[in-house]
Structures are given as structure tokens and as C-alpha cells.
Write a protein that binds this ligand. Structure first.
Ligand SMILES: Nc1ncnc2c1ncn2[C@@H]1O[C@H](COP(=O)(O)OP(=O)(O)OP(=O)(O)O)[C@@H](O)[C@H]1O
Ligand SMILES: [Mg+2]
Length: 1004
């Protein structure tokens, strides 16, 4: 029951005169009546100042309560529009109060009056109206109860009503949420009982605390979204909130699109302004620090503060941790829906995959829908209940068709015809019936059709697409134009964007034709295509040139709204669809820049798209070559940042393009990634040869900042191959060119100079040249102020060789430094930085005496896993594992592990870690101590002594002395032992290798 009344109509009359008032009222009544009809209600009577309308029988109570709410909000919106006109023309305010109530009413003919409703409930609706604020909709408790799961309601308030004794409870209707179980004209569910029962049972378990992810898979129109709606209705019925994110066909390349939507829904910030959204984040995450808040703001699109300097990996880890933490702490059950995952963007997908992994530990049900073509991460998650929806059975298809058509005799032969054609696809059946009804072949209403006279027209289009197409064809020109524009905006669209594209948008005709639904009412109207396929057909059936024009205008409209960087990917999408390639290229590159600090995979996605656009440019375009080069350069340069080598980023192609233009710089930059991935994949020698080429190229270009910026790559490679003389030369070159500036050339490496100084220290130490310790100290000090990745590298390349090669003693300072760097990498570093610091920290801890060995093993295991995750083999960590095994008495296992590591290193041409592997192997063999073990140890030491090295390379020699001493001691050859020990001691002292000095001292 709906009552609407104009506020102070007498005042208006006094101002504009009775004649004009009548005009205004007529207009108002007409608009309101149209709205009421649209939602299936009847206007019962005009009350002079307003209207009374009834929504009710024969549909269920909940449904009509929902419709009355929709109508009330729309009437207010229509009034607001009219009020604008009245304000301009008459200078007076027009406002409406609306009251709603639900309950049994007596309706029918009363005396001479036609259809009317009377009774206590009618009076209640009127009272609601009388105490409503101007412009507002007030609902009674009974209506509120019926719609509380679908509507946004204000706090309950007590209202004193004239003449009433006691105050009555009221609530203000603020809007309609996203989830209504039933849509207008939705057919009764047939079949799928098993699926629905399964989901209901899983929901029960989820409520009990063991959550679950359920996916529905099947072709378009088969009923996936319907299953989700049914499940959501079950949840809503139990008072469990449902949060939904729809992935969209045009948003697959827009990073974080889906996850941002889901979070906005879950945080309840969909309809609020940026200020409120930020306050909400603060309320939801009171414990998180300010940086975390900014990361969340950025994801939700409401960031105000500058984006902190945090690597994308760290950002992902932190946001995931926050969301997972909140989900784990959550006591109340919830349902999350990810619709149409076949269109999800990669960044959202990987972030959500992390979230889905913890669902079993929470009272949460997650529902995912996707079409069969989707092969992404969600299909591979463990513990997902996957339900493949098959076509409805013949029986059920007939049932559904009969349900849609009704049982009028004239229908007879039509039911089997439609059922056969639909072939178990319920959407096809629905669309065929709609088509026939629109064509007048069927007359009457859903479920009560009669065959009209037009029997000749019974033929139905052969495919679902054609059926939808012919329905669209029948729209009026305005409606068709509106639909076309809407389809260009997307499968969900705001009224304002639509208004930017068409002057006279007519959404009500489209709602009427059941092509779109209104899904949001406040603060501004939002609509959605009733079905993704309708969207697709509406989009594809347009003339290409018309569509391009719409895309172009849309791109301009979005750009004009601000937040241009955030929207760069979206604007790129539309510019590209408009066929404006150079502009699309620029937007894609801009989107890549935006993403580079947020998600490296997303940045790669943008660059790949930019590359495709550039490749489509006509060859005579003046910038075509440079546009083809730029994205390839970025892709190659950062290829290794995604951890190892995923797909060939196209370096060869880049090189050839650059030859054509003489652009050597781009080759130099792109090559960094190629060298890095070779190294990460364990191809040390190849990486070293490539690094030589790289250095030569840089020297031939002769651009100092570029040389400084890219030399670190060669240093990292040569460190692995122990080419220390070359490192000494290159690092000195870098240091000279950088001239004390720690940020010079920070193109790829945050602080090239920090790498240079560290590496010179490493080279000096291994070549026995004084000054190495100062280099290490200097690098450690400077590392405090550089980015997380450079800092991680400095710590790694100082302390790992420092400890493993016996240069430094793993004292508490080392422990503190490595722990600090690990912490910094956790907060702000890429996964690679985290891997490096975790490795060095676990080694530092392992070298502490008096530490809990169980904890050490845990740390090493964790570090090992992380390194493996990045596709890197963990020989160093394995060496320390072997040592722990010796401590635990598992000598055999230790020897096996150490031997594998030794073979790996000794098999290589040159390798810095062979000394560590040999040491651990020999120590383990000596512990077991059979004659055969002694022989093997001896052979290993000989091999180390014979390993090819640069002249003056001392780290192997000193270790050989120590190991020979230990072997002699084990064999009981006291004399040799003493001789080796003394030489060892002397050498350690003269080199100042503190680790070795301590070990030598300990030898008696
Ligand atoms: N079992 C059913 N009984 C009655 N109607 C159904 C049934 N399943 C689906 N429908 C109806 O068929 C139409 C299409 O279903 P739905 O939107 O769920 O398809 P979908 O699988 O999500 O397709 P898409 O992949 O295109 O999103 C809807 O109007 C829905 O109400
Ligand atoms: Mg769907």
C-alpha cells in the first residue's frame, strides 16, 4: 500500500494559482501512475493532493513489498525531476511525502466506487505518509520486515501520530540493495533441486564455521546466475548478508576491477562518498597502520594521501593479509558472490585466489559463476565444490515452457515446439516466449497466454542470439538508441554516463521490455542488462561506425570526470574500440605506468595491449617504430620481476626493431630482464656471456646514467660465477660514474651505487684486497635510505657471502641487520626481495649457537619454499639444512643432501658457492668418519682446490687449508694437522677474515 501526498499544496496554490496547481498535479499524477504501473501496481485513487496505490495479489507478499519500495523511490525521483521544472518556472518548492505499509486489505467493488482498498492497513499507510519528512519515504514495521534483506533502511524511529495513543515504529527507506531474490517476470524455478539442496547444505556448514567455495559452471543462459540468486535468497532469508561483484566483458583488462567491487560491497561503501568510505575503512581496520589504510583506499578508489613507496608484491601481500585477517576474525556468516569469472581481470583473480584459500576457516560461503571457456585460477583451487550445470531435462524444459505459456487450449502445440528449440536452455525458452508475446502471436500475460490470430507468425528464430536481436529490433528508435549507448558503457551502467551519450535516454521502455533492470536507486540510478547475452547482442548488433562514435564520446566523458590515471585502462579500452589507435596506445602506456606500483602482472597486461595497438598502426605512421619499441622495452626489462621466466617477452623482436631505428638504449634496457631471467633460472654461464654483451653494449652507447643504472645486472651475474676480477673492474666503473649519488640511474635498480659498493666489497674480499670491510659497512649504512629491493640486495650480498665464506662472524649485529632488512622487505619489498632477505636471515639465525634448532629448521624450510616458489634453486639453504641434519645426528641424510649440492656446484664451470658446498660435505663426511668417507672428503677438497678461479681468489684456498687440517685430524695425522692449522691461522689473520679467524682460534 502506497500513499503519496504533496507537501503544503495550499501554499503552492496560493503562490501559483489553482489553475497552475492543477496542471502540476496532473503532471505529477501521470508520472507517478506510470511508475506504479511499471512495478505492477494499480493506482487506487487520487486523493486530491496525491495518490494511493495498491500492490498485491496475486503475487507473494514479499515480492509486492519489494515492488512498492521500488515504486516509492522512483516516484520520489520523478517528483524531484518535476520539482526542478517547477522551481525554475514558478519559483516554488514541490515536495512529496510517501508512506508505505503492508498487510491484508479488503479490495473490491464497494458500492458505486470501483476497485478500492479499505481497512486498518490502509490507515496505517496514510499515517506513515503523514509523518514522513518531505522528499522521504517512510515505511511501517510490517513493510520493513518484508524488505529488510533487500532494502537499505534507516534506524527504527518512534513516531507520534495525530490521534494515535501510542507511538508507532517507522523506518525510512533509503534505497534498494543489489540483491533481490526475484526479478520482475522471472519464471518459477524448475529442476535444479539437487544443486540447490547441495548449496543449502553447504551454506549450513558455512554458518557453522567451515566455509566453502562453490562454483557454477555452464554455458550462457543455462541458469548459473539464477542458482546464485536462489542461493542468495536462502541466505538472505536467514538474515545472512550477501555481497556481489560482477565481472564484466569489457573490464578483463582493468586491474582490480572485480576485487574492488567486491570489497566495496563487503565494506558497505558502494553508495557513499570518498570521505565516508575512508572513515569506514578506519572503522573496519582499526589496528592497521596508516600505510595499510592508504593501500585500501587506493584499491577502493578513494585515496587521498599519496601512494606510499611500496613494491606491488608487498602491496598485494599486505592487502591480502588485511582482508584475510578481517575475514578470519569475522564471527558472523556472510555470502560472497563473484559473477562471470570468465571476465575477471588478472590482478583481481590472484588477489581473490588468496582470499578463497582461507574460506574453509571462516563462516563464509563464496559462490562463483563462469562459462566453460574460463580456465583460470579459480578452476584449480583445491576444496572448491564445482557444480557443472547441464541443460534442463526434457521434462523440466517442458514444465518451464508450460509455466511460461500457461495452459490455455489454444497454446497446445506451441509448448513442445518451444521446449524442443530451447534444448534445455531456460533463457532461450524465456526469450522465445517474450518474442512471441511482443509480436502479438501470444496474447495475455506470462503464464496466461492465448494464441492470437497471427498463427502464421509462430515461427521462432533459430538461435537465442537471433531471438534477442529481433526483440531489440522492435524497440522504438529512442529506446534502441538508449540500449545501444548502454551496451557501449557496459553490462551495468550509471544514468549519468548514459546521459552523456544520449540526450533523451529512455530507460523505462527498456525496463518495460525486460531488457534491463534497475539495480540501484540511490544516490544515483544504476541499471544492468537483464542478462549478459542481451548485452552482447545489443552491443554487437550495432553498426560499427555508430558504436565507434559512442565509444569515443564515452572515453571523453570518463576522462572529464577526473581520476584519469585510475581510469586510464578503461579509457584505453574505449579509445581502442573507437579505433583511435595512437590515443589508445598512449592510454595503454599510461595504464601500465599506473599499474607498475600496484601489480606488475597488470602492468605487463597493459604493455602487451599497447604493443598490439602499436603493431596495428600503419607502417607510415611517423612514430610507429618507437611506439612498437617502447612497450617491448618495458616488457623485457621487467620480465624477471614476475619471478623467473614466464613467457618470452620478445627480446629478439625488440632487438630487431631497435636495429632498424638505431635505438641501442632500448636494447640495453630490455636486455636487463633477459639476463635476469637466465640467472634466476640457473643458467649461470649463459647469463654471464649475455652480461658481457650487455656491458659491451652499454660502453658503446656511452651514456653514463644509463651505464650506472644497468651495470648492477652484470654484477649480480658475475657474483654467481665468481668472476671477481671483472666485478672489481665493473663496480669501480659504476662507483666512479655514480660519483657518490645513490639514486643516479635508478631506472630499474632503485640504487645502483648501493649495488656497486657492495659488490666491490665482495670482489675485494675474495681477491684478498684490503678495503672490503669498509665497502660492506658503507653499503650497509647507505642501504638504510634506499628502496626495499636495493636494501635487500645489499644485505644479501654482504651477509650471505660474509657468513658462508667465513669473511664475517655471524654476531648479533649481523642478526639484527638481517632481521631488519627482512622486516623492511615484508612491508614494502617485491617477492624477490623478501626471498633474498628471508634466506640470509635464516642463515644468520642458523649460525647462532644456543638457538632452538627446531626453530632454525622451520625458518630454513620456509625460506626454501619461498625461493623455490620463485623458480630459483636453493643450494645455499640446502647446505645449511645439511648442517642441521648433522647436528641432529642424521649424518647419512646430511651427506646425501650436501653431496647433491656439491655435485650441482662442482659441475658448473665456475660458481661462488662451491666452497660452501664442499665445506658442508667434508664436515658431514668427517662426522661419519669411515675410510671411504675420508677418501671422498679428500677428493672433494682436491676438486675445490682445483676449481678454476681468478688469480688471487683466496676464499677457496683458505677453506682448503681448513678442510685439509680437519681431514688430517680425523685421520689422526697430528703432524699434518698442525701444519695446515698454522697456515690456516696465519692466512685468516692476514686477510682479516673474521669468520675464519674465529674458527682457526678454536682449533686446538
Ligand atoms: N531452473 C530454472 N528454472 C526456471 N528458470 C530458470 C532456471 N534456470 C535459469 N532460469 C532463467 O533463465 C534465465 C537465464 O539464466 P541465468 O541468467 O542464470 O543464466 P546464466 O547461466 O547465468 O548465463 P550467463 O553465462 O550468460 O550469465 C534467467 O531468466 C533465469 O531466471
Ligand atoms: Mg549469469
Amino acid at each position: 500500500m502506497l500513499f503519496a501526498d504533496v507537501v503544503r499544496s495550499m501554499d503552492i496554490a496560493a503562490k501559483v494559482g489553482a489553475e497552475r496547481l492543477r496542471e502540476i498535479m496532473t503532471d505529477l499524477v501521470e508520472r507517478s501512475t506510470a511508475v506504479v504501473r511499471r512495478y505492477g501496481g494499480t493506482v487506487d485513487k487520487f486523493t486530491g493532493d496525491g495518490i494511493m496505490a495498491v500492490f498485491g495479489a496475486p503475487t507473494a507478499l514479499e515480492d509486492h513489498a519489494f515492488r512498492v519500495c521500488l515504486a516509492a523511490l522512483d516516484i520520489q525521483a520523478a517528483t524531484a525531476e518535476l520539482a526542478k521544472e517547477v522551481q525554475t518556472r514558478d519559483g516554488t518548492a514541490l515536495r512529496l511525502r510517501v508512506g508505505l505499509n503492508s498487510g491484508q486489505v479488503i479490495a473490491g467493488e464497494i458500492g458505486s466506487a470501483s476497485y478500492t482498498a479499505i481497512g486498518e492497513q490502509v490507515g496505517m499507510a496514510q499515517r506513515m505518509e503523514s509523518v514522513a519528512a518531505p522528499g522521504a519515504v517512510l515505511v511501517s514495521e510490517s513493510t520493513a520486515r518484508l524488505v529488510q534483506n533487500v532494502a537499505v533502511l534507516g534506524e527504527p524511529e518512534q513516531a507520534h501520530i495525530k490521534g494515535g495513543e501510542r507511538p508507532v515504529a517507522t523506518r525510512r527507506l533509503l534505497g534498494i540493495g543489489d540483491h533481490h531474490s526475484r526479478r520482475r517476470g522471472e519464471s518459477k524455478l524448475v529442476g535444479r533441486a539437487w544443486e540447490l539442496n547441495t548449496v543449502a547444505a553447504i551454506l549450513d556448514e558455512a554458518i557453522g564455521g567451515s566455509g566453502c567455495v562453490v562454483s557454477f559452471m555452464g554455458p550462457p543462459g543455462i541458469g548459473k546466475s539464477r542458482m546464485v540468486r536462489e542461493a542468495a535468497a536462502v541466505a538472505a532469508h536467514r538474515g545472512i548478508p550477501v555481497f556481489t561483484a560482477h565481472c564484466e566483458s569489457h573490464a578483463g583488462d582493468i586491474p582490480f576491477h572485480a576485487v574492488a567491487r567486491l570489497l566495496r560491497a563487503a565494506f558497505g561503501v558502494e553508495d557513499v562518498d570518498a570521505d565516508k568510505a575512508r572513515t569506514r575503512v578506519l572503522e573496519l581496520f582499526p589496528e592497521a597502520d596508516a600505510e595499510d589504510h592508504v593501500l585500501l583506499h587506493d584499491l577502493l578508489g578513494v585515496r587521498e594521501a599519496p601512494l606510499p613507496d611500496i613494491a606491488p608484491d608487498a602491496r598485494r601481500r599486505r592487502v591480502t593479509a588485511l582482508i584475510n585477517g578481517a575475514a578470519l576474525a569475522r564471527q558472523e556468516p556472510g555470502v560472497y558472490v563473484i559473477e562471470d569469472a570468465h571476465w575477471i581481470d588478472e590482478a583481481s583473480e590472484s588477489m581473490l585466489a588468496g582470499f578463497l584459500a582461507i574460506i574453509p576457516q571462516t563462516p563464509t560461503l563464496v559462490l562463483i559463476t563462469y562459462r566453460p571457456e574460463y580456465q583460470g585460477q579459480f578452476t584449480r583451487l583445491s576444496g572448491v565444490q564445482s557444480l557443472a550445470l547441464r541443460p534442463l531435462s526434457d521434462g523440466n524444459t517442458s514444465l518451464l515452457t508450460a509455466e511460461l505459456l500457461g495452459d490455455d487450449e489454444s497454446i497446445g502445440a506451441l509448448t513442445p515446439l518451444i521446449a524442443t528449440r530451447a534444448a534445455g536452455n531456460p533463457f532461450f525458452a524465456e526469450e522465445m516466449v517474450r518474442d512471441l508475446s511482443e509480436r502479438g502471436v501470444l496474447q495475455g500475460d506470462t503464464g496466461k497466454y492465448r494464441l492470437g490470430d497471427n498463427i502464421a507468425e509462430v515461427a521462432v528464430p533459430a538461435t537465442l542470439q537471433a531471438t534477442i536481436g529481433s526483440r531489440i529490433d522492435r524497440l522504438s528508435a529512442t529506446a534502441k538508441h538508449t540500449l545501444s549507448a548502454a551496451a557501449v558503457v557496459g553490462s551495468r551502467f550509471d544514468i549519468d554516463l548514459l546521459a552523456d551519450l544520449v540526450d533523451d535516454a529512455d530507460t523505462s521502455a527498456l525496463i518495460e521490455a525486460e531488457l534491463i533492470d534497475q539495480v540501484r536507486f540511490t544516490p544515483k540510478a544504476q541499471f544492468a542488462f537483464r542478462h549478459p547475452l542481451i548485452h552482447t547482442v545489443a552491443y554487437e548488433s550495432q553498426l560499427k561506425s555508430d558504436r565507434a562514435t559512442l565509444h569515443r564520446r564515452l572515453a571523453v566523458a570518463i576522462e572529464a570526470r577526473g581520476s584519469v590515471d585510475e581510469n586510464a585502462a578503461l579509457i584505453a579500452e574505449h579509445t581502442e574500440a573507437a579505433g583511435e589507435l595512437p590515443a589508445a596506445f598512449a592510454w595503454r602506456m599510461r595504464a601500465g605506468t599506473w599499474a607498475i606500483n600496484r601489480d606488475i602482472a597488470a602492468a605487463h597486461g597493459s604493455w602487451r595491449r599497447a604493443q598490439q595497438v602499436a603493431d596495428r598502426l600503419p607502417p607510415d605512421h611517423p612514430d610507429s617504430l618507437s611506439m612498437r619499441i617502447a612497450p617491448r622495452t618495458f616488457l623485457c626489462a621487467t620480465a624477471a620481476r614476475r619471478g623467473g621466466w614466464r613467457a618470452d617477452p620478445g627480446f629478439e623482436e625488440l632487438r630487431q626493431l631497435c636495429v632498424a631505428t638505431g635505438d641501442q638504449r632500448s636494447v640495453g634496457i630490455g636486455m636487463v630482464g633477459v639476463v635476469a631471467s637466465k640467472l634466476m633460472n640457473g643458467h649461470r654461464e649463459e647469463a654471464s656471456r649475455l652480461a658481457d654483451d650487455h656491458v659491451q653494449l652499454l660502453e658503446s652507447i656511452g651514456d653514463p646514467p644509463l651505464t650506472v643504472g644497468l651495470l648492477p645486472m652484470a654484477l649480480l651475474v658475475k657474483h654467481e660465477t665468481a668472476e671477481m676480477a671483472e666485478i672489481l673492474r665493473l663496480s669501480q666503473r659504476l662507483i666512479d660514474l655514480a660519483d657518490g649519488d645513490y639514486t643516479k640511474g635508478n631506472l630499474i635498480f632503485g640504487s645502483p651505487l648501493a649495488y656497486g659498493v657492495t659488490m666491490r666489497g665482495a670482489a675485494r674480499a675474495s681477491l684478498g684486497i684490503a678495503g672490503w670491510k669498509q665497502d660492506f659497512t658503507c653499503a650497509a649504512v647507505s642501504a638504510r635510505d634506499v628502496d626495499a629491493m636495493s636494501r635487500a640486495s645489499v644485505v644479501y650480498y654482504t651477509y650471505l657471502p660474509g657468513i658462508a665464506l667465513g669473511l664475517l662472524r655471524p654476531d648479533p649485529t649481523v642478526l639484527a641487520q638481517t632481521a631488519e632488512a627482512y622486516e623492511a622487505a615484508t612491508q614494502a619489498g617485491e617477492d624477490i626481495a623478501l626471498g633474498l632477505t628471508e634466506a640470509v636471515r635464516s642463515v644468520a639465525v642458523a649460525c647462532q649457537e644456543g638457538t632452538d634448532r627446531g626453530a632454525v629448521v622451520e625458518l630454513l624450510l620456509h625460506a626454501r619454499e619461498r625461493v623455490l616458489d620463485q623458480g630459483v634453486t636453493p643450494p645455499i639453504i640446502d647446505c645449511y639444512f645439511a648442517r642441521e641434519k648433522v647436528r641432529l645426528g642424521e649424518t647419512d641424510g646430511a651427506i646425501e643432501l650436501a653431496r647433491a649440492s656439491f655435485d650441482d656446484q662442482a659441475g658448473a664451470d665456475r660458481c661462488i658457492w662451491i666452497v660452501l658446498a664442499t665445506t658442508v660435505l667434508v664436515e658431514a663426511l668427517l662426522t661419519r668418519g669411515t675410510d671411504k668417507d675420508f677418501d671422498e672428503a679428500n677428493a672433494a677438497i682436491d676438486r675445490l682446490a682445483a676449481a678454476p678461479t681468478d688469480p688471487g681468489y683466496v676464499v677457496n684456498d683458505i677453506a682448503v687449508l681448513r678442510l685439509r687440517a680437519l681431514l688430517a685430524q680425523a685421520r689422526g695425522d697430528v703432524e699434518s694437522y698442525r701444519a695446515y692449522r698454522d697456515r690456516y691461522r696465519a692466512m685468516a689473520t692476514s686477510l682479516g677474515f673474521e669468520g675464519h679467524m674465529a674458527m682457526a682460534e678454536a682449533m686446538t
